[in-house]
Design a protein around this ligand. Structure first.
Ligand SMILES: NC(=O)c1ccc[n+]([C@@H]2O[C@H](COP(=O)([O-])OP(=O)(O)OC[C@H]3O[C@@H](n4cnc5c(N)ncnc54)[C@H](O)[C@@H]3O)[C@@H](O)[C@H]2O)c1
Length: 351
C-alpha cells in the first residue's frame, strides 16, 4: 500500500481527486489533511471511509501547523504529497490578502519542511498543485507555456507563484523530488458556490440578478475537474522531477458566452423561459486588476506524458449544471453554513 497525503481534500478539486484516486489506484491509502475552512466540507468526502476501509483517513489540521503536519508524517509512512490546500478565491484575496500569504505561502513552506525532514532516508514525491493565474494576463493572442515568465496580478496568484517557486527551490537546493502542475479554470461538482458556474446556477434558481464583471468579454480557459485530476495523477506517476507541467483542455470561453451557455442548459432542464433567464444578467464594476485572458498550452504534458483530456466541454457543462440542480440541499447547506455547525459539533472548533 502506498500512502499519499492529500491536503485540501475537503475542497472542490481535492475531494474530486480523492474519489478518483481511491477508485483508480487500488494500492493507495489516502490521508487527507484539511483545516475545513469555509471552502472545505466533509460532506464532499461522505461515504469514503465506509467504501474504502483502511484506505482512507481524514485529519483535521491546518497546513501551517508545523507540529501537526510533522506528526502526520511520523504517524503515516507518506510516500507522496499532493498539495491542494489553499485560499483560492481571487475576490477574497483582494478583500484580505494576508490569509492567502499565510495559507498559500507559509502552508507550502510548512509542508515542504515536514516532507524534507521525513524523506531524508526514504525519499517521496511532492506535487504542488498550481494555477495558470501565476502567468498573469494574455492579450487576444498567444498561450501560456511553462516558459512564460511569472507575472501574477492578484494577491491570490502572487501567493501561488511564491509557493510554486518555493516548491521548485526544494528540488534545486535539497534535491527533493518536486513536480508542479499549473491548470486553468476548473468546473464540475462540489465547487463552492462563490465561483462563477455554481454562483450563476444558484442565483438563477433564486431568481436573482446574475452579476458579470465588466463587459463579460474576459476570456477564461475551462477544464472539467476530472481531466485536471487525471493530469495530476499522470504528473505524479511520470512527471520529471523539478519540472512544471501545464494542464488544460484548449477550451477558451468569453465569460459572457459561458454564462449564456450554462443558463441555456439550466433553462432547458428547469423549463424556464431562456430569454427571461438571460435577461437577469447584469454587468457589474470590473474586478480590480482583472486579468483579460488566460489560455493554457498543455503541449508538454501531452507529448511527454500522453496527457489527453476526455470530457467534451458541452457534455461536462451539462452534467455540471444538472449536478447543481439536483444537489440543491448540498449547496444550500454550504451557503447557510449549516455544515460548519456539524464540524463544530464534531471537532469543537471553528475557523
Ligand atoms: N478551482 C480552480 O479552477 C483551480 C485551477 C487551478 C488550480 N487550482 C488550485 O487547486 C487547489 C484546490 O482548489 P479548489 O478550487 O479545490 O479550492 P477550494 O477553495 O474549493 O478548496 C480549498 C481546500 O483547502 C482547505 N484549506 C484552506 N486553507 C487551509 C489550511 N490553512 N490548512 C489546511 N487546509 C486548508 C479548505 O478547507 C478546502 O478544503 C488550490 O491550490 C488552487 O490554487 C484551482
Amino acid at each position: 500500500m502506498k500512502t499519499v497525503l492529500v491536503t485540501g481534500g475537503a475542497g472542490f478539486i481535492g475531494s474530486n481527486f480523492i474519489r478518483l484516486a481511491l477508485k483508480v489506484r487500488p494500492d493507495w491509502r489516502v490521508v487527507v489533511l484539511d483545516a475545513l475552512t469555509y471552502a472545505g466540507n466533509l460532506e464532499n468526502l461522505e461515504g469514503l471511509e465506509a467504501a474504502y476501509p483502511g484506505r482512507y483517513r481524514f485529519a483535521h489540521a491546518d497546513v501551517t501547523d508545523a507540529g501537526r503536519v510533522k506528526a502526520l508524517f511520523e504517524e503515516e509512512s507518506v510516500a507522496a504529497v499532493v498539495h491542494f490546500a489553499a485560499e483560492t478565491h481571487v475576490d477574497r484575496s483582494i478583500l484580505g490578502p494576508t490569509a492567502f500569504v499565510k495559507t498559500n505561502v507559509m502552508g507550502t513552506a510548512t509542508l515542504l519542511e515536514a516532507a524534507r525532514g521525513a524523506w531524508k532516508d526514504r525519499p517521496g514525491r511532492y506535487l504542488q498543485v498550481s494555477t495558470d493565474e501565476v502567468y498573469g494576463s494574455l492579450k487576444e493572442t498567444g498561450f501560456f507555456t511553462e516558459q512564460t515568465p511569472l507575472d501574477p496580478s492578484s494577491p491570490y496568484s502572487a501567493s501561488k507563484a511564491a509557493a510554486d517557486q518555493l516548491a521548485l527551490s526544494y528540488y534545486r537546493t535539497f534535491g527533493m523530488d518536486v513536480v508542479v502542475t499549473r491548470c486553468c479554470n476548473n468546473y464540475g461538482p462540489y465547487q463552492f458556490p462563490e465561483k462563477l458556474i455554481p454562483l450563476m446556477i444558484t442565483r438563477a434558481l433564486a431568481g436573482e440578478n446574475l452579476p458579470v464583471y465588466g463587459t463579460g468579454q474576459n476570456v477564461r480557459d475551462w477544464i472539467h475537474v476530472d481531466d485536471h485530476n487525471r493530469g495530476v495523477l499522470l504528473v505524479l506517476d511520470k512527471g520529471r522531477a523539478g519540472e512544471v507541467y501545464n494542464l488544460g483542455a484548449r477550451c477558451e470561453k468569453r465569460n459572457l458566452d459561458l454564462v449564456k451557455e450554462l443558463l441555456r442548459v439550466a433553462a432547458a432542464v428547469k423549463g424556464w423561459d431562456p430569454v427571461q433567464t438571460e435577461g437577469k444578467i447584469t454587468f457589474v464594476t470590473d474586478r480590480p486588476g482583472h486579468d483579460w485572458r488566460y489560455a493554457i498550452d498543455p503541449s508538454k504534458a501531452e507529448s511527454e506524458l500522453g496527457y489527453a483530456p476526455q470530457v467534451p466541454f458541452r457534455e461536462g457543462l451539462e452534467s455540471t449544471v444538472r449536478w447543481y440542480l439536483e444537489h440543491e440541499g448540498w449547496w444550500r447547506r454550504v451557503q447557510s453554513g449549516a455544515y460548519k455547525d456539524f464540524v463544530q459539533a464534531l471537532y469543537g472548533e471553528r475557523r
